[in-house]
Design a protein around this ligand. Structure first.
Ligand SMILES: Nc1ncnc2c1ncn2[C@@H]1O[C@H](COP(=O)(O)OP(=O)(O)OP(=O)(O)O)[C@@H](O)[C@H]1O
Ligand SMILES: [Mg+2]
Length: 390
């Protein structure tokens, strides 16, 4: 049984359609047509997910969501997808504010509904389904030695590749001012972000579960703030706490950061088990990598903590891998092939190639990379104990 779904909708046609779609996928379906019945069935049936129409007669869906959130006890959170009838962004914002985890605008494609449901159920079952095996808790920082070298592309697609290897994965957009993950994964500005986590009084896994978004690939996302000015609300101590809690929940915490060595980025680098420094084979990038390697030495990082990833490795630049390694006096451990069309079309359609075209040359290259890093032995993270923020 895929799970029990409580469908709350007063339209008999919608009820029938949802019932058919869900039953065909192996879900058990419970139906309600108005608020009081919905609240009663939520209590008595303990569904794994609610599909909640926003415009019910009398008490509407927003109110039902808010009442459920108000009544839930600590540690409980039933995933709610709100079904709205209007593309109007204010309805979506209202749905998320009321406590929905996701929304869909009617009419929607059944495949999209099922993908979102699956992702949400998996996110909220995470931890429970991992009984017997604690999460691996590996924090990996993807650090761009120079802007535009492909750090975000590699972080996002590696996260999806690791998830397809049956790992639980959360992806953190650490580029707090100008994070690109919403664009790369076609998510609107109204989705919750890291700012919603730092505004709350206590930081724990329940809080983060309410802030994380689930991508259709199954990877959970902690998004950057929707606008640059709110980035300042996140302090290095917050980042430490967030990474510590996420590491207790997931096998992999994949953090995408840019080249600035500011306090937040230094915190991410400190905490990370491994830093994947993404580079391309050109002189200005090599110069930056040399500086970064020097800085890592001054910070006292163990040699081996930073690994070099050469992106667009087969693009002609006049500098080959051997000469780059010679200049850096460090081996380039990983290479990702150059495939501009695949990378840019994925970016512009908001569908990461690892999800849409895993079998492409680029997809296979990232999959090989993910397999390699998954095989590498984990290092224990003493720096992730509570209260060890610098
Ligand atoms: N392996 C690749 N082959 C070809 N093009 C690539 C590859 N990886 C990334 N690109 C392209 O390079 C550009 C920059 O990618 P991306 O945004 O991931 O880089 P970034 O280092 O995160 O940039 P920023 O400094 O803006 O954060 C994009 O157009 C992307 O499609
Ligand atoms: Mg980037």
């Amino acid at each position: 049984m895929a799970g029990k779904v409580l469908v709350v909708d007063d339209d008999a046609g919608v009820q029938r359609l949802l019932q058919q779609t869900l039953r065909a996928e192996g879900y058990e379906v419970v139906l309600a047509t108005e608020a009081a019945e919905a609240l009663r069935l939520w209590q008595s049936e303990s569904p794994s997910l609610l599909l909640l129409d926003a415009t019910l007669p009398g008490v509407d869906g927003y109110d039902v969501a808010a009442r459920i959130r108000g009544a839930e006890t600590a540690g409980k959170h039933v995933p709610i997808i709100m079904l709205t009838s209007d593309r109007d962004v204010s309805q979506k914002v209202r749905a998320l504010r009321a406590g929905a985890d996701d929304y869909l605008v009617k009419p929607f494609h059944p495949a999209e509904l099922l993908a979102r449901m699956k992702a949400l159920i998996a996110r909220f079952a995470a931890g429970e389904s991992l009984v017997g095996r604690p999460p691996m808790g590996r924090v990996h920082a993807y650090y761009g030695a120079k802007g535009g070298v492909g750090t975000t592309t590699i972080a996002i697609n590696t996260a999806i590749a690791l998830h397809s290897l049956d790992r639980s994965v959360v992806l953190v957009d650490g580029n707090l001012q100008f994070g690109d993950h919403r664009v790369f994964m076609d998510l609107a500005n109204d989705r919750k972000s890291i700012v919603d986590a730092v505004n709350a009084p206590t930081m724990d896994s329940d809080l983060l579960k309410g802030v994380l978004q689930t991508h259709e690939s199954g990877v959970d996302l902690l998004l950057a703030p929707p606008s640059p000015e709110s980035a300042d609300l996140v302090t290095p101590a917050h980042m430490h706490e967030i990474l510590r809690v996420l590491a207790s929940m997931y096998d992999y915490v994949v953090v995408d950061i840019d080249k600035r060595l500011d306090e937040i980025n230094l915190m991410v680098l400190d905490v990370a088990e491994t830093i994947f420094a993404v580079m391309t084979a050109d002189l200005s990038c090599l110069k930056n990598v040399r500086l970064v390697l020097g800085t890592m030495g001054h910070l006292g990082y163990a040699s081996g903590k930073l690994k070099l990833v050469l992106n667009r490795s087969n693009a002609y630049t006049g500098i080959n891998v051997k000469s780059a390694e010679g200049a850096l006096r460090q081996p380039i451990e990983y290479q990702i092939v150059n495939e501009y069309r695949g990378a840019i079309s994925a970016l512009n359609t908001g569908a990461p190639f690892m999800a849409a075209k895993a079998d492409s040359v680029l997809g296979r290259s990232v999959m090989d990379f993910a397999r390699d890093i998954d095989k590498a032995p984990a290092v224990s993270l003493a720096q992730l104990q509570p209260g060890t923020a610098r």
